[in-house]
Write a protein that binds this ligand. Structure first.
Ligand code: GLV
Ligand code: MN
Ligand code: MN
Length: 402
């Protein structure tokens, strides 16, 4: 445990150091393909090299450190380096840094370890989640390269400036032939572990999610001269739909729906909004419930648009719910028990790269308690003791996996 505590202190210090790589002054924002993400990646590369790893960056910007090169079997350990806007410092980074710490601690495993720092999990810049892991498993949709961020920068352009290769994304696909599995440590981002007074949780499943971008298009006009009965106001249509969305989620057990972004055009105080573009994040542990809700919300948007004589456009993509590998999850539970910690199993409402990588390799995940269950918020926090417990459980898991 002394070793784990030392390594945990290093991991937390590195989380602090990474938090300084931000697009925004005074708060942590590190979105896909930003200079801040590039700089964070360079720091992580140095730590990987210091841990004895050979490091490469793929075409989408995932950073991959490998140790134990002579071995033919490989275990992936990963998480992401991008963040939401005004983020906490542990979401994603903790898993990458624990992976590096454990690879350094266990240099003579009979298999290779590849620590993967994914370039985009959050989707904060382009509204497309998991760009990094999707490229890694070979299911990246090349049409996304033409998407634009809020400043009008196309993903293709941003990726080129970042040092990536938009035309070579197919080459990011990791051949699964030698893969034993994928393992991810992540903060829980919810209150279950804290409420049960335990440091660690073994994840059983990851909820599915639908992400949609919805645009209501009406007619911009003069705020002082267009009578209320003649208006085709895109924002009031969006507002009606947002309330309908909240109502459906409140009335459907286990369904959560969030509109996290709303952009108005022209966005001027004395102009009736001509266009309102908003995002929907819709999640449920059971795919049929989420899919039905998504269809209902789409019909609802169309009905609202028709009744107000507007047009509506709906673009969405989905990630199905994922059950984690029973075999690896049992080994992880055994590893947690061997550290003297109680074994608590729980599903994840948050999305994780494990959901995507599980399509090419069996996956397991360990949660670390975070204070108050707070996440996607600068108040995110973990203790050095809990991180040491996670390192302890992870090293035992890696030994068991042999
Ligand atoms: C990732 O943080 C997610 O949106 O679940
Ligand atoms: Mn997150
Ligand atoms: Mn995350």
């Amino acid at each position: 445990m002394t070793d784990s505590l030392d390594y945990a202190a290093t991991v937390l210090r590195r989380c602090d150091e990474l938090a300084a790589f931000s697009e925004d002054e005074g708060r942590l924002t590190r979105r896909f393909a930003s200079p801040a993400l590039r700089a964070a990646g360079e720091a992580v590369r140095e730590w990987m090299e210091a841990a004895g790893m050979t490091v490469r960056r793929d075409a989408i910007g995932n950073l991959i450190g490998r140790s134990g090169d002579a071995n033919r079997r490989t275990l992936l350990i990963g998480s992401h380096l991008d963040t939401v806007r005004d983020a906490g410092r542990f979401d994603g980074a903790l898993g990458v840094l624990i992976g590096i710490a454990c690879a350094e601690l266990l240099r003579d495993l009979p298999y290779a370890i590849e620590v993967v720092a994914f370039a985009d999990e959050e989707g904060a810049r382009y509204g497309t989640s998991y760009l990094g892991s999707r490229a890694f498993v070979g299911c990246f949709d090349e049409e996304w390269l033409e998407r634009r961020d809020a400043d009008g920068v196309a993903m293709r352009t941003a990726l080129g400036r970042f040092g990536g290769s938009p035309d070579a994304i197919a080459g990011c696909r990791r051949d699964p032939a030698d893969l034993m599995g994928y393992y991810e440590v992540h903060i829980e981002q919810g209150p279950t572990l804290e409420s049960q007074d335990v440091a660690l949780g073994v994840v059983t499943a990851i909820a599915g999610q639908t992400r949609a971008t919805i645009t209501f298009s009406g007619v911009a006009g003069h705020a002082g001269t267009v009578a209320m009965s003649l208006r085709r106001d895109a924002l009031t249509a969006a507002a009606e739909w947002i309330i309908a969305t909240e109502t459906l989620a409140r009335e459907t057990d286990g369904l959560v729906a969030t509109v996290g972004q709303l952009t108005l055009d022209p966005g001027v105080g004395n102009v009736i909004p001509g266009r309102a573009t908003l995002t929907l994040d819709l999640r449920h542990a059971e795919d049929p419930v989420r899919i039905r809700a998504g269809e209902e919300l789409r019909r609802c948007a169309e009905a609202i648009a028709a009744s107000r004589e507007l047009a509506v456009e709906w673009r969405s993509h989905a990630t199905p719910a994922v059950g984690l590998s029973p075999k690896l999850t049992e080994q992880l539970a055994e590893a947690v028990a061997a550290t003297g910690q109680p074994v608590v199993r729980l599903p994840s409402g948050a999305g994780h790269d494990a959901a995507i990588v599980s399509t090419i390799a069996p996956a397991a995940m360990l949660f670390v308690r975070c204070a108050g269950g707070v996440s996607h918020n600068p108040a995110e926090s973990v203790t050095v003791q809990d991180v040491a417990a996670a390192i302890d459980a992870t090293t035992r898991f890696l030994e068991l996996a042999a």
